[in-house]
Each structure stands twice: as C-alpha cells, then as structure tokens.
Design a protein around this ligand. Sequence first.
Ligand code: XLS
Ligand code: NI
Ligand code: NI
Length: 435
Amino acid sequence: MSYFPQIEKIQYEGTTTTNPFAFRHFNPEEVVAGQTMKEHLRFAVAYWHTMTQDGSDPFGSPVNQRTWLGATEMETAKNRVAAFFEILEKLGVEYFCFHDVDIAPEGDSLEEFYANLDEITDLIKEQMERTGIKLLWNTANMFSHPRYVNGAASTNHADVFAYAAAQVKKGLDISKKLNGQNYVFWGGREGYETLLNTDMAFEQDNIARLFKMAIAYSEKIGHTPQFLIEPKPMEPSKHQYDFDAATALQFIQKYGLQEKFKLNLEANHATLAGHTFENEIEVARINNALGSLDANQGDVLLGWDTDEFPTNVYDVTLAMYGVLENGGIAPGGINFDSKVRRSSFAMEDLFLAHIAGMDTFARGMKAAAKLKEDRFFDTLKEKRYATFQEGIGESIVNDKEDLESLADYALKLKDIELESSHIEYVKSCLNDYLV
Ligand code: XLS
Ligand code: NI
Ligand code: NI
C-alpha cells in the first residue's frame, strides 16, 4: 500500500527540468570537494513536522490533508511509519529524527507509553533493515505534557524530574535498539519565567544531573551516541537556559561534559537569539563542539520559530562553509526541522518542501566548496591579519611580548597605517559564487 502512488523516486534532473518532483541541484552521487553530495549533507527528515504536524495555528484548525489517519491513535501511529519510510525512500534521504511522542501515543500511563514505543519501534526497525535508512537522532519530548509546565530536569517537583528521567532512559533504550548516532536534548521548558520564585543555580545543577545520568546509563547499556544540546533563546520559556551556542558551551564546560556533549544548532534558533546561523556554527566549530544541524529558516519580520524550509542560498552557503571548515558534520547531519506553511496543506507538499530544502543545501554546499577551493575567505583573512605575520605582530602571537615591551614599542610609533576593508566589494564578489 502506497501513500504517494503518483510520486516516483525523486531523481536529479538538473536546472533545465520543468518537473517539480525532481532535484535541480542535489545530485546524490556527484563528488564535490572529495565526497559525494549525500555523504557531505547527511540529510534527515523530522518525524514531528512531516508526520504529526496538522497545520493548525493559534487562530485556526488543522488544514493538512493526510491519508494516514486511522481509527485509533495506535493505528495512525503504525500507518505513519509506513508513510514516513515511503517519503524517506522516495526522497533518497538516509537519516531521520524523532521525539518519543511523535512516533507513539502516550496512552494513560508510563507503562502504556513504553509498550506503545516498543511496538512502534519494532516496525521502525523492520523498515530500517529493509531500506538501510539510519536514525540520526531521537529525543524525548519533555515539554508538551502538562506535567512539564515548570520544566523537566529544571522542574520544581522531584516526581516530574523522575518522570523526565524515565523518558530519557527509554529514549536511550530506543537509541540502542535503532542504533541512533546521536541523542538530542533540546531544553523545551528548561528555563524560567520569573526570578521571583526561581533558583537558577539549583535548576541548572539538576539539568546537569540528568545529563550525567544519561551518560552513565548509555555507558552501562554499551550504546554511546554523541549527545547534543540544542540551544534556543526563548519559546516556550521566556528565558531558556540554553540561550545560544556560547551559553550552552559555557554550561557544558562548567559541568565538565565536553567529552560527551556537542551542539545541535538550528538556523531559526540562531536568528531568535539575534545571531546568524554561521555565527552559531563558528562558535561551536572553534570550540570543537559542532555536532549536528537543524535546517530551517525564520522570517525576518516575525519574532518566533517559524521553522520554514530553508530556501535562502546566501545563508545556507555560509553555513555550509562552516561545515566544510569543520571537516564535515558526521556523525551529525542536516535535519530538516522545518514545516510546510499552512497554505501548503497537500500531501505532495511534503515532497516539494524537502526537495526545495535539499536543493538549497546542495547549492550552498557547491558554492561553499568553490569558496574554499579558491581560498576566498582565507585570502581575505590572511591579508587582514597580515601585521601579525612578521615583526612585532609575530612576536605578540608567539607570546614574546609583555605590556612594558609593547609600551616601549608604541612610544616609538608614529602614525598607524590602517587599510580599508572594502567590504562592499567583498560582498559583491561573494555574490558571484551564489548565482
Ligand atoms: C524546537 C526544537 C525542537 C528540537 C527537538 O524549537 O527545534 O524541534 O529540534 O526537540
Ligand atoms: Ni530543532
Ligand atoms: Ni526549533
């Protein structure tokens, strides 16, 4: 039984094609910068946006046409598995990501939830074996249920902490069962609304406690995925503890988690934090913490996480440049944490949207590879920092100077000659790579 009988496996047809169900730039086997495009990009589809999102918004009811809804929640959950793998196979996407609640209904008790998860992950495992598709990461949704109103690991209630721990335990069991390559902690409601009643230090210690329990349990069961923190500055909490890459790194360092934790960076979370995506990638990369990417984009006119499919070639090029500089992103990948707009309610939009995102990343990757090959940014930076290559600059960088020696040097200086950056010209040249 097929959910998309009219859609064939999506092929690369190049930019001259008029077929909307074809890649125009993503050519999976094409070698760019020493690797095939699919090896570089490691695309993943997100279960939540693709399978469970119904198109409702705060002002309107569901609009998405989805043919996998069954008579019971469990029936729907089972249908979704088949439909999901059909999408992955037809897109040629080799990885996927999910929250526990995306794949199976929570039922009326934790036992029931565990049992539902077991049943559904059996089906997922079968599909993985049949297709060779792999689990990029899974995570526990510890923010939707009313029990998490005050957070999960950062909750004020010990029973809630215990419940969250039970979800993480099961999440790691599932990761082992499905051989997950990473395990994500996005701090849903790990944050606070007001300091009037919040013990920030206590709450953060408790988050670190849960993370350390996760490390210990993963070692105990002999399955050690790369752990990832996904920063986000706000929404749903007013103040999220993992505000941005720098804040999450500070947390990782404070609690000594560097060996096991890296970052999963999301484009729209970067912009919510007042940063560019490439800033977040760079902060992670230079601290050896670039783990994985959640690919999407926000809207410059809207101040929330709109999770749009990425279509901005400029931003994606700069992001992919960071990935190439990092020597790739494995065992992480590029997960489309993106949802179709409310007006894109047809089943086929799930394909069109992913094709758009994949083509945008393919373009960005090719442009980034060319920028790297031409040493576009390297040359600029070499020139810009040239005075540190010789004389007093070289001596500073080699730690041979101190305040007194530099004061002696500065006293003898006449005019300091600065050079213009010509940044407008640089941007104009950069544009040549994007077209
Ligand atoms: C929400 C987050 C979420 C994580 C996984 O804004 O992006 O979807 O990626 O919990
Ligand atoms: Ni995300
Ligand atoms: Ni998000």
